[in-house]
Design a protein. Structure first.
Length: 620
C-alpha cells in the first residue's frame, strides 16, 4: 500500500496523542458523564458529598478497659440517590477473631469487638446482632434515606480496648489511646457508592468531613487529650494547671502544664469522682482521644499568619525525645505552613501522644519514643504532622490510593528533613531508611504500577507504592517544573479540592490545568507503568572539545540526574538534567563542552538510587 508523507505524519501525531491519554476506570468515566467531576480536574457542576454532625458521649472505665458511649448523627444525604441501606463502619472490629487481617494477631490483640445496645434510624428501632458486624455493617433500611435529606441515626454501644496497643488500645494500665472509638457512617460517594472495603489493620482510611461535639467522662486524675478544642478547661482543671494551660495558648515558651510531681500529688484535675471533658471540632474526617493519669503534659503555641496554633505533648516523664516534642511540633507546623506545601496549617491544635503506632489522626499523633535517635524521632513527628494536609485537609481515599497521602507526606518529610539536618545527612537518612528497601528488592511486587489499588497490594509492594515511588514522582515533578511553578500547581490542586474527595484522576488533571501543561506523559511514566529506577551510560566519546554522551533509561522512570565530569587534574564539573529529557524517548544524547583531558564521566541520580550503579561510570 502506498503511504504518503502526509499520512505518515498524521499517523505519528495520532499515536502521540493516544500515548498521552490516561487509562480511566469506568466508574470514573461515569462520574465525568454525570458531571460530578470534570476532565479539567475540577469538581463538576453536579459534585456532591455527604456529611454528618456527630454528638458523642464517651465513658471510659480504666478498671474494666471498656469504652462505652452513645451518639446522635445527623446524616446529610446530599446525593441524588435514594439510599436503601446505610453502611456503618467500626474499624476496631479488626480485633475480633473472625475478622480478616493483613498480619498475624497475638492473643493480646484479640477482643470481643463492638457490642451494639441500641440503634435507630429516623426514630425507627432496628434489632442488631453484634456478632454479624465486622469492620463494617450494611444495615438494610425499612425506609430509604431520600435524596437531599437530613436523617437522625442514634447508636448506643461499647467495646473493650485491646491489651496490645498499636494505632489504638491500652498503652499501659494508666494510659489509653482511643482511636476509631465510635461507629460512623461509611462514605457514600459519586464513583463507588457505599465504601465497603473491609479494614484489615494495615490499610488506612476514607472518611467524610464531619462536625463533632464530644464529651469524654473519666475518673478524676485522668487528663483527656483529643482532636479539636477543649471547651471546658475551667470545669476539669485545678486553678494552677488551668492558669498554665491558658498561658501556653498564647506563649512561644514550652510550658510544663502538668509535671510529674503535680500528677503524683493529684493537683491536676478537679477532684470530682468523674470529670467530663468536652471537645469540639468542625469539618474534619475523624475524632480521636487519649487519656492518662500518669503522663506529664507540655504545651506551647506557634503564631501563623492568620492564627495561633496550640502545640501539646503528653508522655512518660523523662522520655528524652518527647521532651522535645512541643518544640518540634512548633517548628514543623510553621515550616510546612511557610515552605512545603506552603499552605497554612488548617487546624487550631496539635498534640503528640506517646504510644506505639507512629500514626496520624486529625490534630493528634500517636508516636513511639525513640530516645536514642533524635533525628529519626523528629522525622516521625514531621511525617505525621504532614498528614494534616494529606488526607485530613484533602479527603483522599487512603484505602484505595495510599499514594495520594503517604507519597506526598514522604516527599514533605524529605524536604523538611533537609532544612533540619542539612542535605548530606538528610540524603543518607532518607536513602538508608526509605530507598534501599525498594531499589534493592527486584521482585515483581516492587514494580506494580503506582495506580494499582493499595487494598490489592501486599508486603513491600504496598510500602513502595504508597510511600517511596510516589514521593519520587512528586520530587521528580518538582525538579521538572521548578519550585515556583510546582508550588503554584500544587496550590491550585489543593485549593480546589480541600475539604472534598479527589480521585487520582482529579489530581492528574488539576495538576495539568494548574501548570498549564499536558503532563499526561509524566503521569503515564510514573503512575501507570511497571518502571523502576535504572540509568546507564551507553556511550561516552570525546570529539575535539566535546563529550558526546548517551544515557539509556533502562528502568524507565523519568528521573532527574547529574552528569559529573572528572578531569585528569581531579577537578569535577557537574551538569544537571531534569526529567524532561525522558519525555519522548528512553535514550538521551547530549554534547557537553570540555576543555581538558578527562578521567571519567559519571551519572548520579542522588537520592534516586540506581538499581545497577556499576554502569553509571565510564573511565577514559
Amino acid at each position: 500500500m502506498r503511504t504518503t508523507l502526509t499520512s505518515l505524519l498524521l499517523l505519528f501525531f495520532s499515536v502521540q496523542i493516544f500515548a498521552q491519554q490516561l487509562y480511566i476506570p469506568r466508574n470514573i468515566a461515569k462520574a465525568y458523564e454525570n458531571k460530578t467531576r470534570a476532565s479539567d480536574g475540577k469538581p463538576g457542576e453536579n459534585y456532591w458529598q455527604n456529611s454528618g454532625d456527630y454528638t458523642i458521649d464517651f465513658n471510659v472505665n480504666p478498671t474494666t478497659k471498656i469504652v462505652s458511649g452513645n451518639e446522635t448523627i445527623i446524616y446529610s444525604n446530599n446525593s441524588p440517590d435514594e439510599l436503601k441501606s446505610v453502611v456503618i463502619r467500626f474499624v476496631n472490629n479488626v480485633h475480633k477473631p473472625t475478622s480478616p487481617r493483613a498480619a498475624k494477631a497475638s492473643p493480646d490483640f484479640l477482643s470481643e469487638g463492638l457490642k451494639i445496645k441500641s440503634l435507630s434510624v429516623n426514630g425507627e428501632n432496628y434489632k442488631v446482632n453484634s456478632q454479624d458486624w465486622e469492620t463494617f455493617y450494611d444495615l438494610k433500611l425499612n425506609k430509604s434515606l431520600l435524596p437531599n435529606s437530613k436523617n437522625t441515626i442514634k447508636i448506643e454501644w461499647e467495646f473493650p480496648l485491646s491489651k496490645e496497643s498499636g494505632r489504638e488500645g491500652q498503652i499501659d494500665e494508666t494510659t489509653f489511646f482511643c482511636a476509631y472509638a465510635y461507629p460512623r457512617i461509611s462514605v457514600y460517594d459519586d464513583y463507588n457508592g457505599w465504601d465497603k472495603l473491609a479494614h484489615n489493620g494495615r490499610n488506612e482510611f476514607y472518611n467524610d468531613f464531619n462536625n463533632y461535639e464530644v464529651a469524654v467522662t473519666v475518673p478524676k486524675n485522668f487528663v483527656v487529650y483529643a482532636t479539636g478544642v477543649l471547651q471546658n478547661p475551667e470545669e476539669v482543671l485545678q486553678p494552677g494547671i488551668l492558669k498554665k494551660f491558658k498561658y501556653s495558648l498564647k506563649s512561644n515558651q514550652v510550658i510544663h502544664v502538668a509535671t510529674k510531681d503535680e500528677i503524683q500529688k493529684q493537683k491536676v484535675t478537679k477532684q470530682n469522682p468523674f470529670n467530663t471533658w468536652k471537645f469540639k471540632a468542625e469539618n474534619i474526617t475523624d475524632f480521636t482521644f487519649g487519656l492518662s493519669s500518669t503522663y506529664v503534659w507540655d504545651a506551647s503555641s506557634v503564631q501563623l499568619k492568620s492564627k495561633r496554633v496550640s502545640t501539646q505533648a503528653t508522655y512518660n516523664a523523662g522520655t528524652a525525645d518527647f521532651e522535645k516534642y512541643v518544640e518540634w511540633e512548633r517548628y514543623s507546623i510553621k515550616w510546612f505552613s511557610e515552605n512545603w506545601p506552603g499552605i497554612e496549617y488548617p487546624f487550631p491544635t496539635m498534640t503528640g501522644f506517646q504510644g506505639f503506632a507512629d500514626m496520624e489522626y486529625p490534630m493528634m499523633v500517636n508516636d513511639t519514643a525513640i530516645p536514642d535517635d533524635f533525628a529519626d524521632s523528629r522525622q516521625t513527628v514531621d511525617h505525621e504532622i504532614a498528614h494534616t494536609y494529606f488526607p485530613f485537609m484533602m479527603g483522599t481515599n487512603e484505602t484505595r490510593y495510599a499514594f495520594m497521602d503517604e507519597g506526598w507526606v514522604t516527599a514533605f518529610e524529605y524536604l523538611i528533613g533537609e532544612a533540619e539536618n542539612g542535605k548530606a545527612f538528610n540524603d543518607k537518612m532518607f536513602t538508608d531508611f526509605r530507598v534501599k528497601k525498594y531499589i534493592n528488592d527486584p521482585s515483581t511486587e516492587q514494580d506494580q504500577p503506582i495506580i494499582s489499588m493499595s487494598s490489592q497490594l501486599s508486603g513491600m509492594g504496598y510500602g513502595s507504592n504508597a510511600y517511596i515511588k510516589p514521593a519520587f514522582a512528586y520530587l521528580s515533578l518538582k525538579n521538572l517544573l521548578g519550585d515556583e511553578l510546582f508550588k503554584k500547581t500544587l496550590h491550585y490542586y489543593m485549593n480546589i479540592w480541600k475539604g472534598k474527595h479527589p480521585t487520582p484522576w482529579d489530581f492528574f488533571y488539576s495538576m495539568n490545568e494548574g501548570s498549564g501543561q499536558n503532563l499526561n506523559w509524566f503521569w503515564n511514566n510514573w503512575f501507570f507503568s511497571n518502571n523502576y529506577i535504572d540509568l546507564k551510560i551507553n556511550s561516552a566519546v570525546i570529539s575535539g572539545k566535546n563529550l558526546n554522551l548517551t544515557v539509556e533509561n533502562a528502568g524507565g522512570f523519568a528521573i532527574p540526574f547529574d552528569v559529573e565530569i572528572t578531569g585528569q587534574d581531579g577537578k569535577v564539573s557537574v551538569k544537571h538534567f531534569t526529567p524532561e529529557v525522558w519525555k519522548n524517548s528512553g535514550s538521551f544524547t547530549t554534547q557537553i563542552e570540555v576543555n581538558q583531558k578527562l578521567k571519567s564521566v559519571k551519572i548520579d541520580g542522588g537520592i534516586f538510587m540506581d538499581y545497577t550503579p556499576a554502569n553509571n561510570l565510564f573511565n577514559f
